[in-house]
Structures are given as C-alpha cells and as structure tokens.
Design a protein around this ligand. Structure first.
Ligand SMILES: Cc1cc2nc3c(=O)[nH]c(=O)nc-3n(C[C@H](O)[C@H](O)[C@H](O)COP(=O)(O)OP(=O)(O)OC[C@H]3O[C@@H](n4cnc5c(N)ncnc54)[C@H](O)[C@@H]3O)c2cc1C
Length: 316
C-alpha cells in the first residue's frame, strides 16, 4: 500500500436536528488538525463524523486511534431516506392481452390486434367483457402479461413483500457485496400512534416529541450498528457474518416481476382504500411501494384497472 500522510479527508457531519443537514468540514493532516475539525463540528452541534477517501490503513488509524479519542465515529456516508424507489423496468401488459385470452374461449385463434376493437360499440363490449371477468372472478385471462419493477425499500418491507409467492424476485446480496449505508427513517408525515384492535389498527399522528424521538433513536441505533458492521469488515470478518448486526431499516434492492392478476392480489392486500370489499390494513411502508406500482400499472391497463376498482379491488 502506498504511504500517504494521514488525511482526515472529507470529514462530514450530520446536524442533530429533525431535518438532517449535511456539512463538510475539510481537514488535511494530523491529529491537531483533526481536533480542530472536531471543535468546528462541536461548535455546529454536530454529533457524527465520517471519513472517506482514505486508504484502508488510514481508515484503520482513524477508526482505532484518532476518532475514538476525539469522540467521533467512522461512518462511511450514511444516508437516511424516508421514501421508496419503484421503477417500471419492463412491461408487456395491456388490456388487449386480457381480451385476447378471454375471446379464445368463444372465437378460437385470432390476432392480438383484432382482439381489441377500435369502434365505439366494440370498445364498450371490451370494457364489458373485462368487467364481467373481474366481477365473476374469471382470473386466468389477466395472467397473459408481465410487469417487472425495480424496487429500493427498507428490508422490513422486503420481508413482507416476499410473502407474495406469485411473483418472481431477485434481490441484492449481503454476502457478495458490502451493503451500502442507506437507511430508512420515518418522515415527519408518518403516522406513529396505533389505535384499535389487531387486524383493524388505525394510525394517528404522533406528537412532535414522539416524531423527534423516533428519528433520534432510529439514527443512533443505525449509526452504532453500521459502525459495528464496518469494524468487523475492517477486521477481516466475512460480509455474511458482519451483516447480522445491521438493522431492518437498511435499504435493499430487487427486481420483482408479476402479472396483473398477481399484482391485483398484492394491491388488494397491501393498499388501504375506501370502498374495498375486503379492507386491508397494511404497514405504511409497503403501501408506499404498492402505490407506486399501482400508478405504473394503471397507465398500462386502464380498463382492467378501472374494473378492479369498480369491483371492490378484489383480485379475480
Ligand atoms: C395486513 C397484513 C397482515 C399480515 N400479517 C401477517 C402475520 O402476522 N403473520 C404472517 O405470517 N403473515 C402475515 N401476512 C402475510 C399473509 O398471510 C400472506 O402471506 C401475504 O399477504 C401473501 O398473500 P397471498 O398468500 O395471497 O399471496 P401469494 O403467495 O402471492 O398467493 C396468491 C394466491 O395464490 C394462492 N396460493 C399461493 N400459494 C398457495 C398455497 N401454498 N396453497 C394454496 N393456495 C396458494 C392463494 O389463492 C393466494 O391468495 C399479512 C398480510 C397482510 C396483508
């Protein structure tokens, strides 16, 4: 490893406020300069520092010598998010797929194009047919399509998501790569108080104190856990062992592929809407993912989507 003077480069701090503000404190050189950086950090009421852009040896020096003595901790670029990412990667899905599959029962072989009609009368019939299939739960015509989503969400969402067996999944590995320090913290709009009985919970806003407490505790535990993860990796422990200390709010990413029938089953259970025949009470964070998936699907299959809603959001 090339010898370079010790550099605490890019020493960054997160402000301990409800809306975390990140500022950079540049420092180059030695312990004295690092202490100067710490004074600046303290003056700004910061409580965390990170060190990046150092060689492994420098990180070790920083981790095991300077930073503990300065009351700082090594955290490589921890990022807190309160949202989820959903992208539609690929789709072969439209209402004509449903009509095509349904009409083979009565009309035999035909082209996909001819299955969907363009004039007003037949358009009305198309809508009627989809509605009939949905209402009477003739579900198989809704299977001849495919939607692939890329999802980034906290791992506790994935744990619930993957209970939906009628889908295909591929998720990033914590064995083959070092997990990125991206963690979920509930946003200020997240309702915190649970009332009602099991299975029918309702959620109400928390107080300002509760909101601040959730944020502070979540961030503190996250930082401590990620530092422990880093210390084990630094010491040569395998990723699959080191990761066991990471909390459920760490983000993961996956591809998930569903057809519209399995998507409807998923949406019926993981969204909460007025007027559904069988109301569900999902955890808000999986609902955030479901809502984004639903938006993409609604664009692709408007007749099916309309019919799903008109029939109480029951999966056919
Ligand atoms: C609000 C909420 C709370 C929940 N709480 C809990 C909980 O406390 N504990 C817990 O363990 N789970 C819980 N779950 C998960 C739940 O029990 C289901 O596992 C999850 O919703 C997936 O539903 P699914 O089986 O219909 O989906 P999929 O697995 O996608 O299956 C879709 C449909 O295929 C059919 N199917 C699939 N596999 C089989 C099979 N082996 N045999 C027969 N039919 C099959 C069924 O008709 C099923 O509805 C909860 C779910 C929700 C929405």
């Amino acid at each position: 490893m090339s010898a370079k003077p010790f550099q605490v480069n890019d020493l960054a701090a997160h402000h301990a406020s409800t809306a975390p503000r990140r500022e950079l404190v540049e420092d180059t050189g030695n312990k004295r300069q690092a202490q100067k950086a710490k004074r600046e950090v303290d003056a700004g009421d910061f409580h965390l520092a990170r060190v990046s852009d150092c060689t492994d040896a420098m990180r070790s020096v920083a981790l095991f010598y300077f930073l503990p003595r300065l009351g700082l901790s090594l955290v490589s670029e921890i990022q807190f998010r309160s949202d989820v990412t959903v992208e539609l990667v690929r789709a072969s899905a439209n209402d004509a797929d449903v009509l095509f599959a349904a009409r083979v029962s009565t009309q035999g072989e035909q082209t996909l194009e001819s299955a969907k009609s363009s004039d007003a009368d037949t358009a009305k019939r198309d809508k009627g047919l989809i509605n009939y299939l949905m209402r009477d739960r003739h579900g198989s015509p809704f299977e001849h399509n495919s939607l692939t989503f890329y999802v980034q969400a906290p791992i506790f969402v994935f744990r619930e998501f993957m209970r939906h067996r009628i889908a295909s999944y591929n998720e990033e590995s914590g064995r083959y790569r070092e997990l990125r320090p991206v963690f979920y913290v509930p946003g200020p709009e997240r309702k915190l108080i649970q009332v009602g009985k099991p299975g029918h919970y309702e959620f109400q806003d928390g107080t300002a104190e509760q909101t601040a407490l959730v944020e502070q505790e979540t961030m503190a535990v996250t930082r401590a856990a990620y530092e422990a993860y880093q210390r084990m990796l630094e010491a040569g422990v395998a990723r699959e062992v080191a990761r066991i200390v990471l909390p459920l709010n760490i983000y993961s990413s996956m591809y998930v592929t569903m057809n519209s029938r399995s998507l409807m089953n998923f949406l019926s259970l993981r969204t909460q809407r007025e007027g559904t025949h069988f109301p569900s009470f999902p955890q808000r964070e999986i609902e955030m993912v479901a809502e984004k998936m639903e938006e993409f699907w609604a664009e692709l299959m408007p007749l099916t989507y309309e019919s799903f809603n008109a029939n109480g959001r029951v999966a056919p």
